[in-house]
Ligand binder design. Structure first.
Ligand code: LLP
Length: 433
């Protein structure tokens, strides 16, 4: 399996820590992050922009994995982040993250959420719709407080893994449509609103993208909008934010492009169009989520029961499942797995990994080639760092797993394991009449 680190005992290492020891110390299911991989990925993104000598900002899409320690790590690396709810913003505040480096997304932000953001001097609000312009007009007039805003537009490009669609007009719940003139109308309203300070335009064309064309088309559409607004409204947008979506490798069948290929293509296209049309080179922002944390996370499970249906399939059941990683059940997402305590043992079976949830669809991975297994072995699913814990649930009243950060051979708990008593913490008894 690719680059998995193994120690002399034949155990998987995560950030230099023996995964079997992690399982003993913190119990399973456990999500373990190799923190240096997160740092490296951020450095990698920075290096690409630095060598291209453009103004830029990297904003971690915290929906991929959002906890206090994660916001603190992102702050150590001195990049921005975006949030999509009051709860994420609250977590960033609790983490001591500099809120002037936070962008706030969402297609239906509430008055309370917007007010909370303004109270904490949010870096920028990414306005999604006309209702939000109205809410922000009211709130900023009341507090007489200016706020930087970007406009989310739908460029009519949507990308999914290897394909992209170019529709001109995108059928999406997010953002202002360009083709029908809604984006023009929105920027005029914002320019005319005293406390709203427009600083950029934003689009996000999809997630787990492998093809470069979608990003190039989106960059073209965005630069056309910059040019149109300069001509029509004498407003030259300082920032172009192209969102996230850079794909990562989950299995050997996938060979995603490296981030530098995407980023370089975006930079080249924007530079070319700016030069040709005599526009200032805008600051380029990206919002990677998955590509920053995905490959850094490993889910550790303890093997329990086995079931073998002769001539049909072998099942191996683990102590977690769709409550800690819903992606296989929800998106048919594929992962590779290993037996963390038997890394040097030969492959001896083809087995499908079942979760413990009371639902047939709760399968974590199909037809994995693994060494012989028995109860008590530790299975590690690789590359589960993005949208695993952040989409975790208490389905079947199973407590959510613990999360640890590992780096340089040391581990630290960053999210405690939920307990059974947490499952009833919000419940109230029936009132007897
Ligand atoms: N920016 C915006 C506005 C987004 O909506 C998203 C993701 C991102 C950035 C980050 O995209 P990334 O770099 O992580 O692809 N739950 C799904 C993924 C949903 C992505 C939603 N938006 C999954 O598990 O695959």
């Amino acid at each position: 399996i690719g680059t998995a680190d193994v120690n002399q005992a034949g155990h998987l290492l995560v950030g230099g820590v023996d995964a079997v020891k992690l399982a003993t110390e913190y119990q399973t299911p456990l999500i373990a992050y190799d923190v240096s991989k997160i740092r490296q990925q951020i450095h990698h993104f920075k290096a690409i922009f630095d060598s291209a000598q453009v103004k830029y900002q990297i904003s971690y899409a915290s929906k991929a994995f959002a906890t206090i320690a994660m916001y603190q790590l992102i702050n150590q690396e001195q990049i921005h982040c975006d949030v999509v709810s009051g709860g994420e913003l609250y977590t960033a505040v609790k983490a001591g993250f500099p809120i002037d480096k936070v962008s706030f997304h969402g297609n239906n932000k509430s008055r309370e959420e917007l007010q909370f953001a303004l109270e904490h001097q949010i870096g920028c609000i990414i306005i999604d719709n006309f209702h939000e312009i109205e809410l922000l007009r009211e709130l900023t007039e009341k507090s007489q407080q200016s706020v930087d805003v970007m406009l989310r537009v739908t460029p009519g490009v949507s990308a999914h893994t290897h394909e992209y669609d170019m529709t001109g007009q995108e059928d999406s719940k997010f953002g202002f449509d360009i083709k029908s003139g809604q984006a023009d109308q929105a920027i005029q309203q914002i320019i005319a609103t005293p406390y709203l300070n427009p600083v950029g335009i934003h689009c996000h064309i999809g997630s787990q993208i492998f093809a470069i064309e979608g990003f190039i088309l989106a960059a073209q559409k965005m630069m056309q909008l910059v040019l149109d607004w300069k001509n029509k409204f004498n407003f030259e947008t300082p920032i172009v934010n192209l969102g996230g979506g850079f794909g990562i490798r989950y299995t050997d069948d996938e060979q995603p492009l490296q981030p530098e290929v995407f980023i370089q293509a975006i930079i080249d296209e924007i530079k070319k169009i700016a030069t040709k049309n005599n526009l200032k080179l805008p600051e380029i922002w990206i919002e990677p989520g998955r590509s920053i944390v995905g490959a850094a996370g490993v889910s550790l499970y303890t093997v329990g029961s086995h079931k073998s249906i002769p001539g049909v399939r072998n099942y191996l059941a683990v102590d977690g499942g769709m409550g800690d990683n819903i992606r296989p059940a929800l998106y048919q997402a594929k992962y590779e797995s290993v037996v963390a305590n038997k890394m040097n043992e030969p492959t001896a079976q083809t087995v499908s990994i079942a979760g413990k949830y009371c639902e047939s669809g709760d399968m974590l991975a199909w037809d994995q080639k693994l060494p012989a297994t028995q109860a008590g072995d530790i299975v590690a699913m690789l590359d589960t760092g993005a949208y695993g814990y952040s989409m975790a649930s208490n389905y079947n009243r199973n407590p959510r797993p613990a999360v640890v950060f590992c780096e340089n051979g040391k581990s630290q708990l960053v999210v405690k394991r939920e307990q059974w008593q947490d499952m009833t913490a919000l419940d109230l008894p029936l009132i007897e009449s």
